[in-house]
Ligand binder design. Structure first.
Ligand code: FAD
Length: 527
């Protein structure tokens, strides 16, 4: 039986009788080896893992799961599926499944679990005397977690330059979005720190692409929401890793001063290595990260002495211990910088941690949330990019709509610099205004399953959606969603704005039947 016929059968059967196909799949479903000596494709039954994500809002069950060992298997699968007039089968690559709205799911399709491929991490250290454009970099499989790349590169004294706050995300998953954290103002998002990609396109073609080779595909895939191909390997820029980091928190009761100080910090990339910030809504906002900052309990007492429903703001910044270009030691740099900041004296708190612990800091919060049963719960998150001109309006809108007493989770606010983003990639930023600064705002809410069930969760999801819509439509804000989710085609067209035509044209080239990443809901499968 030809591969095509098998998969056609799968597609039809899944529509006629899901039970029959599950029985078929219960003994690993083997495609017949092709004459070109491709390895057989072993399909597995759908599991809870393949139908769920971190959001726990959408649960789409696939017909089958593939755990490929090599890109050849992906090529074989996608070539078969992209033959004209085929079936309705779609394919979603799943990295760590840390999406919120089913982006890595494939209803009645095939989920490809990328963690099945070996990490294959190869570190290249820039050689002494190498010309200026010689780089240190790592080649790594697309399904590898950033934490594993960090561990391996640290063994060589190196580390990637640009991060996400949480490290248990896959390389392919964050490169399909952007990948941002407190280093983004300095080095750009993770998608600005990639030298080369190996991709299997929706047509099943295995391509190596870079800024100079097949650059249209390279740019399309970066921030491309998985629409053009599956990233099987990436070449990630590395830098010398510091051993330790000075990590500082300062507190504010005035939003304007808070943002002005953040902007001052990001204007000093030669001194400052990381800048973030968050709203301190209630005591809980600080408890989860108190292990690194036990002394900030002094600040928590502010809540008891201040008027009810007061909220504060916290800036976090960090200075790496080791920077060849820097003369002064990190303590002097912290001293010098803090003199320029206008935080609420004496509320400055300092910690010194290893670089690994600093980058892995969200694991500490994860442990805290797990212990309170607040990790494996629904997460009606909202992430926005907001122009500098709209950040105060957006903050007001946000705070008017949430109740500090029952809000669980952080609200992050920190500046990014537009010129660190390559506008040729698929990533979408707000329309340019006169300022290079824009903000990212993350409303990272956990819906406590004990107190917030069906109706409550639905209402929180609706609230996030309404906030996003208001922030996109309001001319004083003009925000765009990061990690976007739009329930309608029109929503997507508006999201991409001037980039839509180019995005859709590249989709026609690289995934013409719209097989890939159906969970994003941008394109409908053609057959
Ligand atoms: P998945 O959820 O598995 O997939 C996401 C999308 O990418 C899907 O469409 C999928 O089909 C596609 N995809 C996955 N792998 C590949 C591949 N190899 N090739 C092509 N397409 C692929 N983001 C930030 O930028 N900064 C943060 O600080 C940050 N912190 C987070 C903290 C937590 C606790 C969580 C849950 C998420 C966080 N995120 C952050 C969001 C995160 O970057 C995205 O959700 C990202 O997509 C997750 O990666 P993943 O491997 O789980 O992707």
């Amino acid at each position: 039986v030809s591969i095509r016929k098998r998969i056609t059968q799968m597609g039809i059967l899944s529509r006629i009788n899901a039970i029959v196909i599950l029985l078929l799949l219960s003994s690993p479903f083997q495609f017949i080896q092709s004459p070109m000596d491709f390895g057989p494709l072993n399909f597995l039954q759908a599991t809870t893992k393949s139908s769920i994500d971190f959001g726990r809002i959408i649960f789409n069950t696939p017909t089958a799961v593939l755990r490929p060992k090599s890109p050849i298997e992906l090529s074989l699968l996608l070539k078969s599926l992209s033959a004209p007039s085929f079936s309705r089968v779609t394919v979603a690559a799943r990295g760590a499944g840390h999406s919120i709205h089913g982006q890595a799911q494939a209803l009645d399709g095939i989920v490809v679990e990328m963690d099945s491929m070996a990490p294959n991490i190869k570190i290249h250290r820039r050689k002494e005397g190498e010309a200026n454009n010689g780089f240190s970099y790592a080649d790594v499989s697309g399904g590898t977690l950033w934490v594993d790349l960090l561990k391996e590169s640290l063994r060589h004294g190196l580390a990637p330059r640009s991060w996400t706050d949480y490290l248990y995300l896959s390389i392919g998953g964050t490169l399909s979005n952007g990948g941002i954290s407190g280093q983004t103002f300095k080095h750009g998002p993770q998608i600005s720190n990639v030298l080369q990609l190996d991709v299997v396109t929706g047509r099943g073609e295995a391509v190596t692409c870079s800024p100079t080779e097949r650059s249209d595909l390279f740019n399309a895939v970066l921030g491309g929401l998985g629409q053009f191909g599956i990233i099987t390997s990436a070449r990630i820029l590395l830098e010398e890793a510091p051993k330790k980091v000075k990590w500082v928190r300062v507190f504010y009761d005035d939003f304007k001063v808070f943002t002005q100080d953040q902007e001052l910090l990001v204007s000093m990339p030669d001194k400052v290595d990381y800048v973030e910030g968050f709203v301190v809504l209630n005591e809980q906002s600080l408890h989860s990260s108190s292990i690194a900052f036990p002394s900030q309990m002094a600040f928590i007492s502010q809540f008891h002495s201040g008027p009810p429903n007061t909220h504060y703001y916290c800036i976090e910044f960090a200075i790496h211990e080791y920077q060849p270009s820097r003369q002064s030691n990190p303590d002097q740099v912290v001293e010098e910088i803090s003199k320029k900041l206008r935080f609420m004296n004496p509320h400055i708190y300092k910690a010194e941690v290893t670089y690994f612990d600093f980058l892995n800091r969200v694991t500490m919060e994860e442990m805290g949330l797990r212990s309170r049963g607040l990790w494996d719960v629904p997460h009606p998150w909202l992430n926005m990019f907001v122009p500098k001109s709209g950040i105060t309006h957006f903050k007001d809108l946000l705070l008017e709509n949430i109740s500090p007493s029952d809000f669980e989770g952080p609200i992050l606010i920190y500046p990014l610099l537009r010129d660190k983003w390559d506008q040729d990639t698929s990533a979408v930023l707000p329309e340019p205004d006169s300022d290079n600064v824009m903000y990212t705002v993350g409303m990272l809410r956990s819906a406590n399953s004990d107190t917030c069930r069906d109706d409550c969760l639905r209402s929180q999801v609706r609230q996030s959606r309404r906030l996003a819509e208001a922030a996109m439509a309001d001319n004083r804000i003009r925000a765009k969603q990061y990690l976007p989710h739009h329930p309608t085609r029109l929503g997507w067209v508006q999201h991409f704005g001037g980039k839509w035509e180019g995005f859709a044209a590249l989709k026609r080239v690289y995934d013409p039947l719209c097989v890939l990443a159906p969970g994003q809901g941008i394109f409908e499968r053609k057959y």
